[in-house]
Design a protein around this ligand. Structure first.
Ligand SMILES: O=P(O)(O)OC[C@H]1O[C@H](O)[C@H](O)[C@@H](O)[C@@H]1O
Length: 549
């Protein structure tokens, strides 16, 4: 038995869960007219209605007791103060320092990192201004019109999805194109549509060793040189963001053109660092700063609000409740806002790369489920496809619905329909439709009783399906920053409860190593006996199809 499952708080929750499983939220709402009023929270411009969850007062109390038993507050403070909580890599975890607008010093190895953070922000601000004003010119004197942002994983998803979410704030001066996949089709499509004299490449790689990013940058460099640029002109057209300044300079990026980041910023937590440069270029520095300010507000809420009123803590505990006591295997995110459609993919990396682990901090196997599968897409589209499984499938799938109360260029009819679908879905999931209601609906349809019962069974929706609903005024940079930080802290809290190191990613690292070994096999530079029979067969097929004709 692990420490977690032997805690009395854990055992108590198991008992509470067995009672709660027999209750229906429909009845709770009928019995308590103030349920919705009691089960809501507001923080940093985000309103949360969590009343449509399968929790009563006992369950909530039990969950907060569990958080305290797991020393959540102590570990939270350890993260913020720069302790090396990433124990397998010996690193501090300080993405919160990147958006620290207080006077608080943040110490790493005895040194305050805030001056470096501020200097980098100033560099981003100045560079953004010089590109937007046309002061930074390409080597033929033309202003920059296109930014090709190359990166993958955390060096891609954050910048791309935040830029997309804040589309109404896009500047006219430049167009930002994101390239992640090593599939040559992607970079080809981008480069073939733009003029190299007006293009700036931003290469983002914390490690400066990621195959996809290096190759895409080499391809862009090759394109630039073949189009007519020279080696000396590269400085005006290529900049890099990396914590590995040595590798970046060796690659040919001039030292002045390197925006630094640090090993205490995890890849999936890096959009707040210079990895966010493409966001600043796409939206303007003030909007990038707005994101950071919103995240800082959420950090302040997370570190100061009592656990019972703490949004990330509450969300995390609800997630633990379903994952560990209701066997929920996944969690769905449903933004009812077209521009926020990428958020599920963003949170997918954040959550699954952080808590997709099965050993505890001490290296023991867990005896409880950990990180769920995160998925989702924009509403209302999903209603016409996968929502079926959320309504009537056999698994519990907790859902996060989110809706801005106002949108840019608002068409009131469209917007009212969007909202009504969002709210209607949460209502349908909670209430369901009983067999008796469905049976009654089939009265007078000329069916015999057996057929009427058979059809009613198919139409019955059990309900009792949990959801959170988030509302915000409109999706400003600040609100988005707060929303993303809220999910970051939710993931952190779950990592604390599950006693995981949420900040390494050894599974992904192995994939990178094996990918390079197989590449050597494909290029005929590795002994085939290095590979299992299946992989040998696949390599052979590929080599045959690509053999010189
Ligand atoms: O920024 P890079 O060093 O190129 O890394 C890019 C990505 O690589 C890996 O896949 C990691 O798991 C991600 O967390 C990281 O964001």
């Amino acid at each position: 038995m692990t420490v977690l499952t032997s805690l009395p708080e854990w055992k108590k929750l198991s008992e509470i869960a067995s009672t709660v499983k027999n209750a229906h939220m429909r009845d709770w709402f009928a019995q308590d007219a103030s349920r919705a009023d009691k089960m809501q929270l507001e923080a940093c411009g985000i309103f949360l209605d969590y009343s449509k969850n399968r929790v009563n007062e006992d369950a909530l109390k039990g969950l907060f007791d569990l958080a305290r038993a797991c020393k959540l507050e102590t570990l939270r403070d350890a993260m913020f103060s720069g302790e090396q909580i990433n124990s397998t890599e010996g690193r501090a975890v300080l993405h919160t320092a990147l958006r620290n607008f207080s006077d608080r010093k943040v110490m790493v190895d005895g040194e305050d990192v805030m001056p470096e953070v501020h200097a980098t922000l100033s560099k981003i601000e100045a560079f953004t201004a010089s590109v937007h004003s046309g002061e930074h010119k390409g080597y033929t004197g033309k202003p920059i019109k296109h930014i090709v942002a190359i990166g993958i994983g955390g060096s891609f998803l954050g910048p791309k999805i935040m830029t997309e979410a804040l589309k109404p704030h896009t500047v006219d001066a430049v167009k930002v194109h994101f390239v992640a996949n090593v599939d040559g089709c992607h970079i080809h499509d981008v480069l073939s549509s733009i003029d190299f004299e007006e293009t700036l490449v931003v290469m983002s790689s914390k490690s400066f060793s990621t195959q996809e990013t290096l190759q895409n940058t080499l391809t862009a460099k090759d394109w630039f040189l073949k189009s007519g640029g020279t080696q000396e002109d590269i400085a005006k057209h290529f900049v890099a963001v990396s914590s590995n300044v040595k590798a970046a300079t060796e690659f040919g990026i001039s030292a002045d053109n390197i925006f630094p980041m640090w090993d205490w910023v995890g890849g999936r937590y890096s959009l707040w660092s210079a990895i966010g440069l493409p966001i600043s270029l796409a939206l303007g520095f003030e909007n990038f700063k707005g994101l950071l300010e919103g995240a800082f507000d959420m950090d302040t809420h997370f570190t100061t609000a009592p656990l019972e009123e703490n949004m990330p803590v509450l969300l995390a505990l609800l997630g633990v409740w379903y994952r560990n006591f209701f066997d929920a295997q996944s969690h769905v995110l449903l933004p009812y806002y077209h521009y926020l459609r990428g958020l599920p993919a963003y949170v997918q990396q954040l959550d699954m790369e952080s808590n997709g682990k099965e050993v505890t901090q001490e290296g023991e196997s867990v005896d409880y489920p950990t990180g769920p599968i995160i998925w989702g897409s924009e509403g209302t589209n999903g209603q016409h496809s996968f929502h079926q499984l959320i309504h009537q499938g056999s698994a519990v799938i907790p859902a996060d619905f989110m809706l801005p109360l106002n949108v840019p260029n608002q068409d009131d009819t469209h917007h009212a329909m969007l909202a009504s679908n969002c709210f209607g879905q949460t209502q349908a999931l909670m209430q369901g439709k009983t067999f008796e209601e469905c049976y009654a609906d089939l009265d007078g349809k000329g069916l015999d009783d057996a057929e009427r019962k058979r059809l009613a069974a198919h139409k019955t929706m059990p309900g009792n399906k949990p959801s959170n609903t988030f509302l915000f005024d409109s999706l400003t940079p600040k609100t988005l920053g707060a929303l993303v930080a809220m999910y970051e802290h939710k993931v952190f809290v779950q990592g604390v409860i599950w006693n995981l190191n949420s900040f390494d990613q050894w599974g992904v690292e192995l994939g990178k190593v094996l990918g390079n070994q197989v590449l050597a096999g494909i290029q005929g530079e590795a002994d085939k006996d290095n590979f299992d029979a299946s992989t040998q067969q696949l390599i052979a097929k590929f080599r045959a199809a690509n053999a010189p004709k």
